[in-house]
Design a protein around this ligand. Sequence first.
Ligand code: 5GP
Length: 171
Amino acid sequence: MDLKILISEEDITKRVREMAREIRDDYDGREIVVVGILKGCFMFLADLTRAIDLPMNIGFMGLRSYGSATETSGVVEIAADLSHPIQDKDVLIVEDIVDTGLTMKYLIDNLSTRGPTSLKVCTLLHKPDRKRVEVPLDYVGFTVPDKFVVGYGLDHDQKLRNLPYIACLEE
Ligand code: 5GP
């Protein structure tokens, strides 16, 4: 299988900085709780939060989603939950990719019941061609075509997460 670079390291760096500025301006000095969705978010979250000049708490959630290797069934389970409540907090979910939207829909519904002051979504990648449910995406880094993408946190069979760029797998 060959790798074809879709988004270079340089373009990611530039876009992540732009997103960080937009987030800082929108929250205007307020404290936020960043909720990273493991494992795919780790690289994006590290770069993004370093560039956001706001007071923040950072937490992580692990989600388990059932389905085939490349597609979720939408049946999602929380494998690791947040360690702190988010009631009365401004919460920003940080995700690697929104594909069908089923995982994000589950997450938004779940976190909404915990009484946050606000709940927004920041995703590095969006694959709109495969949308199955409508989810509000407040910050989107890049729109990608309907291809399986890897790198910059995203895996193929738990590998390739360490690539510094986003690539697609070609047979
Ligand atoms: P969704 O519920 O939106 O269909 O997808 C949720 C999860 O599926 C993402 O958080 C990600 O873990 C995985 N996923 C979806 N598309 C891709 C892709 O192109 N590459 C990789 N590596 N993971 C993907």
